[in-house]
Design a protein around this ligand. Structure first.
Ligand code: FAD
Length: 338
């Protein structure tokens, strides 16, 4: 366990926002979490668990003890008739895990390629892309309770996954450090290609049966064309969740805006494309101060250079107000505002 003071968090958040952690502890194992819990001063202090900082907006310096999760390890733990089970340390890069599984001939995560951040944060918001969510591949995870120091293994029922949601945003918010995640990769492998962009790639390549590596390459190419690389332009990916409305609300909006992009959900509700709503309000490419709306995707807010967290939040609130004013819909931010 390594304890550091006065640490700049700018390199540790993909928005590139300035903030200083009063105390930062690097966590390499379950035992490190227990050492923090049992520590005479750190034990009682409020804590914030940090992964790769790709889903947070830092608006101020952090008086909390920042626990930077750096638990390592990638391994195949079981080969069953219907699935392989792999285990990854929470501090591993999510994308590196996806690439490693493919290199080991263990396909199933390719649609989730190039999502920034760590393995440990993936269950927190049930990451998803191109037709797959973490919950579709989830087996179990290990976590350490930040009050008792006890290690637990949690299955999918307790994690209560939903759309960009889980128990770690509710009953267990700020309560536990996820240290390892196990993923279940179904055998035999079946490609998931229902998404429009992937269907287009299939047609372009004239391939009837793509390999997992091909799907991985397509997903990476699609994402690189659409989303800004945080190493070049600070951002936290999609800034707002896609709002889910009742069919009646959707009909009402279609009546006024027939072009609205919407997706019927299996439970009868309708998901609206938040990016479309923001674009329709004229925000694409606009800025407030040093925070702006990405030119190629209105759902992504970017740091135009030297922005601070409050500028990002001022822009976010202005967007929320105009979308509410025009459509009567409240957009909910996806990143955690700290
Ligand atoms: C360019 C870009 C594209 C993106 N695309 C997608 C996408 O397609 N789909 C998607 O779902 N997301 C996407 N995201 C969002 C982000 O990548 C994911 O939410 C990712 O899982 C966050 O990981 P992180 O390690 O950076 O978490 P952080 O930002 O560090 O933390 C996020 C939250 O998780 C908590 N947390 C982190 N690690 C742990 C842990 N070990 N134990 C307990 N709590 C923890 C934190 O306290 C915080 O509340 C994108 C982001 C960017 C910048």
């Amino acid at each position: 366990m390594q304890i550091e003071s006065g640490v700049s968090l700018r390199p540790y958040n993909t928005f590139g926002l300035p903030a200083v952690a009063h105390t930062l502890v690097r966590i390499g194992s379950d035992a490190d979490v227990r050492r923090v819990v049992d520590h005479p001063e750190l034990g009682r202090a409020p804590k914030f668990v940090l992964g790769g900082g790709s889903n947070i907006v830092l608006t101020r310096d952090m008086p909390q003890v920042v626990l930077k999760v750096e638990v390592r390890g990638l391994r195949l733990v079981a080969t069953r008739g219907d699935a392989w089970v792999v285990e990854a340390g929470a501090g591993e890069s999510w994308h590196d895990l996806v690439a490693w599984t493919l290199a080991q001939d263990l396909p199933g995560l390719e649609n989730l390629a190039l999502i920034p951040g760590t393995v440990g944060a993936a269950p927190v918001q049930n990451i998803g892309a191109y037709g797959i969510e973490l919950k579709d591949r989830f087996e179990s995870l290990d976590a350490v309770d930040l009050v008792t120091g006890r290690s637990v293994t949690l299955g999918p029922e307790i994690c209560a996954f939903g759309y960009r949601d889980s128990v770690f945003k509710h009953a267990l918010a700020g309560r536990s450090v996820i240290t390892r995640v196990r993923l279940r990769l179904p055998r035999p492998w079946q490609p998931v290609l229902g998404y429009l962009d992937l269907e287009r790639k299939m047609k372009e390549s004239a391939t009837a049966a793509p390999s997992p590596q091909q799907v991985f390459d397509w997903v990476c190419a699609i994402r690189r064309a659409k989303l800004p690389d945080p190493a070049v332009v600070g951002n936290a990916g999609s800034f707002f969740k896609n709002p889910v409305v009742t069919p009646e609300q959707c009909r009402d909006i279609i009546g006024r805006d027939p072009a609205i992009v919407h997706y019927p959900m299996p439970d009868g509700s309708v998901k609206l494309a938040a990016g479309w709503l923001i674009d329709a309000c004229g925000w694409k490419g606009k800025s407030i101060g040093r925070a702006g709306v990405y030119e190629r995707q209105a759902l992504v807010l970017v740091n135009r250079g030297g922005a601070i967290g409050s500028e990002v939040m001022t822009l976010a609130r202005a967007i929320q107000e105009s979308v509410y004013g025009r459509f009567g819909i409240r957009l909910e931010p996806e990143p955690v505002v700290v």
